[in-house]
Design a protein around this ligand. Sequence first.
Ligand SMILES: [Fe+2]
Ligand SMILES: [Fe+2]
Length: 160
Amino acid sequence: MNIFDRIKQDHDEAREVIEKLKASTPRAEKTRRQLFDELKLEMWVHHKVEEAVFYSFLRETKDMHGEAMEAYNEHHMANGVFEELDTFPVDSEEWGMKFKALSELVTHHMDEEEKDFFPLAKKLIKPDMAKLMGERFDARKRVVLAALQPLDVKAEMEKA
Ligand SMILES: [Fe+2]
Ligand SMILES: [Fe+2]
């Protein structure tokens, strides 16, 4: 899968989880917590690997330096709001309000990447490079996600 399709795949998955969270009620505390934790980790890893694989190249180009820096900045903001939201109980009113704002921020960013940045980036990233970036994105994301899973120390001790 090329980098554009691979990023779009992550975005579509994130959009689905965001919709589920928006449709959830404060009473569905456990589901909310679980979906939110999943989205937070997914998005954090998505942002970091996207920066390492995609934007690190684009930021060095004349044509897309500005867009790339904007993306780094929006990732930084979104990651910050995810952390902040973690400090509110998921069944509180503040959480609902803040999640709405966060979902707008994240959705706007993903739409902007797909609609505005991808067409420009396709002029700089030719198909063979896009394919390589897509493969690296996938492989790196897998490693980072695995590394960030909570350690089941008891199970690991039994194996040792
Ligand atoms: Fe992004
Ligand atoms: Fe993205």
